[in-house]
Design a protein. Structure first.
Length: 333
């Protein structure tokens, strides 16, 4: 497919109530830079049962235009309905670049769209640039457990497509721009939806929003067992934060996978990230190194986690955490 515009599209993924997920708003930050460098518009794409909230959010964070597809069939994510709607928009408007958050839904949707419109797709990107020699987007993604970074180009097909990990970029400044909103009339026959959500089960027994959390307290192998996460939960509760975990702790069965931070879990970028009993494996660091402030607690003074930490405490986490809690409570009282 040949592009007929130089526009950069960002998928503003929504929840069932129509509110936007953070990742779409985060992607407006690099999206603006790429759109400006390529000489096109920054366009938000919203596909939902009720689009007004996500449309307004996209405008508030600086898009030039929003393409919105609205219908009851889009309330819950549907591979069939969302793919058909998105492919229709691409075939009609032919953008230069399309970015989708590498969420559970985004990782399912993006390859379906790329297959439908016959273009390439680079998955799980962590960095985006324009290559001066070709004018193509240079999509950078980790490989071999984060030990190498691959730079990938889509030279022969358009649009250039990629999924980008949540938490890699910060949301842009709130600007409240008067974006041009285009309501696209595309309806999908509900009888064509082959899978439906019957019930949503939260394996953790609680809501775990790691990607949207401003404070995360994470436990690793050093917590010693499921019981050890009680200390992590208490500290997180004192700070009003969310509980995270390393892959080692999840694989031991101490805490559900919904809490996992890292290359095989969630990529996060909170204001404060406290790593307790985490050695600092490369796959874990790949998922949290963008945090604004990193605090590490580990008995091993040579632990790799101290290499990325802003503050390090060498000590037994079960001795350190009660002291931190007491100090925090006295200051918050």
């Amino acid at each position: 497919m040949e592009a007929i515009s130089k526009d950069t599209w960002i998928f503003i993924e929504t929840k069932a109530d129509g509110s936007p997920r953070n990742v779409g708003l985060e992607l407006l930050n690099p999206g603006r830079r790429l759109a400006d460098e390529q000489g096109g518009k920054l366009v938000g794409v919203v596909i939902a049962a009720e689009t007004s909230e996500a449309v307004q959010a996209a405008a508030n964070y600086g898009v030039d235009m929003v393409l919105a597809v609205e219908g009851a069939e889009y309330r819950d994510y549907s591979a069939e309905a969302h793919t058909a709607a998105f492919a229709y928009l691409i075939e009609k408007h032919r953008p230069l670049t399309v970015m989708i958050g590498a969420t559970t839904n985004g990782r399912d949707l993006a390859p379906r769209i790329s297959g439908r419109v016959q273009t390439g797709l680079t998955a799980d990107c962590t960095q985006l640039e324009i290559d001066e020699s070709t004018g193509c987007v240079a999509w950078t993604r980790p490989t071999f457990s984060g030990n190498l970074m691959a730079v990938i180009f889509c030279a022969g097909h358009r649009p250039q497509m990629g999924t980008v990990r949540p938490g890699v970029f910060k949301k842009p400044e709130f600007v409240r721009r008067d974006a041009n909103v285009v309501m696209e009339d595309f309806r999908f026959d509900p009888s064509g939806i082959r899978a439906r959500i019957v019930e949503v089960l939260d394996e953790a027994g609680e809501q775990v929003d790691l990607e949207g959390a401003e404070i995360i307290v994470t436990g690793g192998r050093g917590v010693g067992g499921a019981q050890g996460f009680e200390a992590i939960r208490r500290l997180a509760g004192t700070l009003g934060g969310t509980v995270g975990a390393s892959r080692a702790a999840v694989e031991q069965g101490w805490i559900p996978h919904a809490h996992q931070v890292g290359q095989t879990g969630k990529t996060v970028a909170p204001k404060v990230y406290i790593a307790c009993g985490i050695s600092g494996a490369s796959q874990h660091i790949a998922g949290m190194s963008a945090s604004e402030t990193i605090i590490a607690v580990n008995k091993d003074p040579n632990a790799a986690i101290f290499g990325v930490a802003d503050y390090g405490i060498v000590g037994d986490l079960f001795e350190v955490i009660p002291v931190l809690e007491a100090e925090l409570k006295s200051r918050l009282a």
